[in-house]
Design a protein. Structure first.
Lengths: 282, 317
């Protein structure tokens, strides 16, 4: 019997939340209390496969953010299929979480939350994206340090986009880096370090790279050049399989964090070279 | 095949329908899951074979954790299929020696043990001692279970619903029902006219406890004291009756503590003092008769003098 290992109270939560999920994502590939894959050390209460590239898995529990979810997060994030995970709980459990501490943690770690009240009304309290694309807010904020205020604002906007669309989020981060290069080139042209700031982004980076003035920053400039080439491929590449979709998510995440790191490095190096990045939006 | 140790896929194992344990609380399960994730299953579960599957005798929590953690296999000791009574008693005894079940869990299964015992013993019901020996429970535990068992089904449902909640959301506990039932039983025996309908009385007490008008489950002991106050501290029956009726009146927002403090506490305190006075009296009388009466210690002599002064002030010369 499905949900037979759950108490009557949690069985009601499982049934109501499943009905909500079916309305939202359909019932394709529905499995109850079955494993997604042997490589994942967690068996969800149920999961659906709304599309070829997507799995929505739900864990029904009275405890917000169980140890099993915590420990399975790595397996889920590295699985060859993007998996979005929700925890479904009774509404009173959600409301009784002291200072919303566990809920905050669950959300920050990329999980969504569904609640079910005593009347059986299910509601998504926090939406989620595939776990693989989650960048911890605390990590993101810590990576921002060292950037100017306007760069921080631009990256925060890219982060918001990234959470719902990894490709666009990465694209936005790449545009920030592009804008930074544009700003440096304009100043370098104005002070006669380089002959022109016209041309493609690759040409601009090459000009800076070749200039003796930027010799000691060639490491960073080389990094920016490969990043620009890479992120364009990654962001625009349409996956043909679930495996490719999972890979794209992981690559976009790596790309986004690399872009952030390079922006910081570029800003520090150029400051040392006497350049102030004023305008970074291309 | 008996007591053979095997690695079994959790999906080949079924839960035992006779397992008395019905509550698997998330908090406890989560702790066990974390431990199993870290150290694995150190103690094999016990099962018996039933066709192509295996049925649990012991280890449902470990098996559930194995399923949740998607473990490929679990160590299991395979035993012969036990008789129905032995199946049940095995589970009772395992838990009597290890982590105790909820009383309600035991209470729900005790009639099965009694029924199966009767079947195997030509209809003879087990005595409390026999039941204790069979199940590994103490007689006190069995009596507590009986309080729960004797509750009408409606309250079984209320209790089951409460027990399935996480601990921090539970209001009513097994102890609540046990204390309440004890008190109501005493009231019903000593002052039968105080309770017209037991279920109505239960409902009022539950409602007053939920609304915190009754603050503590131990307050029910005061209710018992009120019922026994006529014989023990010479309370007038009408007064005791009236006090209990106030508690059982849903319209009156009054708890047990307040009524006890107002009408009974003094009487019970007086009784305590009386016993102490009797004890002092007896000691002094013995001291007078004894030859070493003069050898009362300075400390006691000092306190007795103080007491004499106080008594004179209270009673007058």
């Amino acid at each position: 019997m499905p949900f037979d290992t759950l108490s009557p109270r949690l069985k009601a939560v499982a049934t109501a939340s499943l009905s909500l999920c079916r309305n939202r994502w359909g019932h394709q590939g529905l499995r109850k209390e079955e494993p997604i894959d042997g490589s994942i050390s967690w068996r969800p209460t149920y999961f659906l496969k709304p599309s070829r590239f997507e799995i929505i898995a739900v864990e029904v529990d009275d405890k917000i953010y169980t140890e099993v979810l915590k420990s399975a997060a790595h397996d889920i994030g590295n699985f060859d299929h993007p998996i979005t995970v929700y925890q479904a709980s009774p509404l009173d459990v959600f409301q009784n979480d002291p200072r919303m501490a566990r809920i905050g943690l669950l959300r920050d770690h990329g999980f969504g939350i569904i609640t079910v009240d005593d009347e059986g009304n299910a509601r998504i309290q926090h939406t989620a994206q595939p776990l693989a694309q989650n960048i911890l807010p605390t990590r993101f904020e810590s990576d921002l340090s060292g950037l100017t205020q306007s760069l921080k604002i631009a990256f925060r906007a890219a982060y918001v986009t990234f959470q719902t669309n990894v490709g666009q989020g990465l694209q936005q981060a790449g545009q920030i880096v592009e804008g930074m290069i544009g700003s440096i080139c304009s100043q370098a042209e104005a002070n006669g370090t380089i002959a022109t700031s016209a041309g493609s982004l690759a040409d601009k980076i090459d000009l800076l790279y070749q200039s003796n003035h930027f010799r000691q920053y060639r490491g960073t400039l080389g990094g920016v050049r490969s990043f620009v080439r890479e992120f364009r491929n990654t962001a625009s590449h349409a996956p043909r399989s679930a495996k490719e979709a999972a890979e794209k998510i992981r690559n976009c995440k790596d790309g986004f964090l690399t872009g952030l790191r390079l922006a910081k490095q570029l800003r520090e190096d150029m400051q040392r070279a006497g350049y102030i990045i004023r305008q970074f939006v291309p | 095949m008996t007591n053979e140790l095997k690695q079994l896929a959790p999906d080949r194992i079924k839960r035992n329908p006779d397992n008395p344990r019905i509550f698997f609380r998330s908090e406890e399960m989560d702790t066990l899951t974390a431990s199993i994730k870290r150290y694995g299953i150190q103690v094999p579960i016990t099962v018996y074979q039933d066709g192509r599957h295996y049925v649990l005798i012991d280890g449902e929590r470990r098996w559930r954790c194995a399923l949740k953690l998607n473990l490929p296999s679990i160590p299991a000791l395979i035993q012969e299929k036990p008789s129905p009574l032995r199946n049940l008693l095995l589970m009772f005894n395992i838990h009597a020696l290890r982590e105790q079940w909820d009383y309600f869990t035991i209470a729900r299964k005790l009639p099965d043990v009694i029924g199966l015992f009767k079947k195997e013993n030509r209809g003879r019901e087990p005595t409390e001692i026999e039941l204790s020996e069979l199940t590994g429970l103490t007689r006190g535990q069995i009596r507590r279970c009986r309080f729960l068992l004797d509750l009408p089904e409606k309250y079984h449902e209320i209790l089951a619903r409460e027990l399935s909640l996480p601990k921090n959301l539970q209001t009513l506990s097994e102890d609540f029902f046990i204390e309440m039932e004890r008190a109501l039983k005493t009231v019903n025996t000593r002052l039968p006219t105080a309770i017209r309908n037991m279920d109505t009385a239960r409902d009022v007490l539950i409602q007053k406890f939920r609304s915190k008008t009754i603050k503590n489950i131990t307050d029910f002991r005061m209710l018992s004291k009120m019922a026994t106050s006529i014989g023990r501290v010479g309370m007038q029956e009408e007064k005791a009756l009236e006090a209990i009726k106030q508690i059982l009146n849903p319209q009156r927002k009054v708890g047990i503590q307040e009524i006890f403090a107002e009408h009974f506490e003094m009487r019970f305190d007086e009784r305590k003092v009386l016993l102490s006075v009797d004890s002092i009296y007896e000691y002094l009388e013995i001291s007078i008769d004894a030859e070493d009466a003069d050898e009362i210690s300075e400390e006691l002599r000092g306190r007795l003098v103080k007491l004499r002064t106080l008594i004179t002030r209270v009673l007058g010369r």
